[in-house]
Design a binder for this molecule. Structure first.
Ligand SMILES: Cc1cc2nc3c(=O)[nH]c(=O)nc-3n(C[C@H](O)[C@H](O)[C@H](O)COP(=O)(O)O)c2cc1C
Length: 450
């Protein structure tokens, strides 16, 4: 019996082990499902972070360990996160951890020849849609207030036009110190957003204000910065993409429009608070969240879809590259290859913009002009000829910008003026254009805004 006893104990342990694994296995899907539901419901309020470029600055506070969760949550919300750490921050959390979670090499040094050769500090500053410094140490807040730039993060904050938010994290005496309060007030007066701090028990054992907000709150507040409300309650119809004009059952005439600009405008209009209907030609793009999408193929289909959805709209943005011509006749069978050249007779397609503008009433109509030459001249002619409220002209046919590119530049004209939007990612450009549209719309409809 004494010989057998250890064996029995071993067998019982093995059974216990398998039972535990089995029970854990039974509950794992429930736990996973719960976490998925949680992240999905969070995603619905943070959807304005989708595709946003967030530069996350991490400074030397004990709260730096929370940055790891912040990176994960921002990424889960669809943002691309570029982490930049101060020297002190690296004593609290390693760049390797944040690099693994963000999927991008963490930047730490200003005088880094390699980084400057790939993406220099000014480019990094331009890249960001938003800079969030979390945690922001008392020292870093003082540096920002003084406008110093003796490390990478402070240089980026100074060189960027992107909105800047800081989430202070420090001992309560440090926070309450007059110097810190004066620095914070100075930042706030310059438009820097303050996320927190919260009050409560601190890492040092004291109780009071100075705790960094929780990562989920920082994500929510970051998302809210993109929800501008400039088009709150407005109904906006946007056309996007190319059209396809059939030649025969397998061939068509089309153009190189990718639809990216129109889709970015739809996402930006939603962020600005509008109710958006997007009528799109054939493109390979996902529908932006909270957008009603109607897919069409030809110019004729697009016109019909626009006309049946025009009722109640307040703004129309015609960003689609509608074909000007279509085959006079569509062959019912595939056209066979024959000796010699072939002729294709074309007729004009319906002019959608003209049809909208002809009977626009109080509608605010924005057209797009894609030109290879005399950009401004041709765009102003189109603005006047079609009685548009605004036209966004872009140069096409060059390597940079225009069709099928992620970046573009626009010359925006309206009857009494104009402005240039420089080369930038289409998402950023769309936000700037939506802001201009909202301003011109409000100027045209002062009573609607009061
Ligand atoms: C253990 C420890 C914890 C610290 N925690 C904080 C903190 O929470 N907030 C803060 O402002 N400074 C804190 N400091 C001081 C900063 O790390 C110090 O001011 C540093 O110079 C900040 O550099 P940076 O702003 O360039 O990141 C702490 C220092 C130590 C040693």
């Amino acid at each position: 019996m004494p010989d057998v006893y250890p064996t029995i104990v071993q067998v019982i342990n093995v059974i216990k082990c398998y039972l535990t694994r089995f029970i854990c296995g039974l509950f794992r899907p429930v736990a996973l499902k719960a976490s998925r539901v949680n992240s999905k419901s969070e995603r619905s309020w943070v959807s304005s972070l989708t595709n946003k470029r967030i530069l996350l600055g991490v400074t030397g506070s004990i709260a730096a360990y929370k940055s790891a969760e912040l990176v994960r949550r921002l990424s889960d919300a669809g943002a691309t996160v570029q982490v930049v750490m101060t020297d002190a921050a690296q004593a609290f959390v390693t760049p390797f951890t944040l690099q693994t979670l963000s999927g991008r090499a963490v930047h730490t040094a200003l005088m880094d020849a390699e980084a400057e050769a790939t993406m220099g500090h000014i480019e990094q500053a331009r890249w960001a849609d938003l800079i969030v410094v979390a945690p922001a140490s008392a020292n870093f807040i003082a540096k920002l207030a003084a406008g110093r730039s003796d490390d990478l993060l402070s240089a980026l904050c100074l060189a960027s036009q992107a909105p800047l938010a800081v989430a202070p994290a420090m001992n309560q005496q440090m926070w309450l110190n007059e110097a810190t309060q004066a620095n914070v007030a100075s930042l706030a007066s310059r438009g820097v957003k303050l996320f927190g701090p919260a009050a409560g028990e601190q890492a040092c054992g004291e109780v009071g204000p100075g705790r960094m907000l929780e990562p989920a709150q920082i994500v929510e507040m970051s998302a809210a910065l993109f929800e501008t409300g400039q088009l709150a309650g407005r109904r906006v119809l946007i056309t996007a993409g190319p059209t396809q004009e059939d030649i025969d059952p397998v061939r068509y005439l089309s153009n190189r429009s990718s639809g990216k600009m129109g889709f970015a405008l739809a996402a930006a209009a939603v962020e600005a608070g509008a109710q958006v209907t997007l009528i799109s030609g054939p493109v390979a793009l996902p529908t932006p969240e909270r957008v009603t999408r109607i897919d069409v193929r030809s110019a004729e289909d697009m016109l019909a879809a626009v006309q049946s959805n025009l009722d109640g709209q307040e703004i129309v943005i015609a960003a689609a590259a509608v074909a000007d011509y279509r085959p006079l006749q569509v062959a019912t069978q595939k056209i066979k290859k024959q000796a010699g050249s072939a002729q294709l007779s074309l007729e004009q397609t319906p002019d959608i913009l003209e049809a909208i503008a002809a009977d626009k009433g109080g509608l605010f109509v924005v057209g797009f002009a894609a030109e290879t030459e005399h950009l401004e001249e041709n765009a102003r002619l189109k603005l006047e000829k079609k009685s548009l409220d605004m036209i966004a002209a872009n140069r096409v046919g060059s390597a940079q910008g225009g069709f099928d590119n992620d970046e573009n530049a626009l010359k925006v004209l309206w009857p009494t003026g104009g402005a240039a939007l420089p080369m930038q990612p289409k998402e950023k450009l769309a936000r700037a254009l939506i802001e201009m549209i909202a301003e011109r719309f409000d100027a045209k409809n002062p009573t609607k805004n009061s």
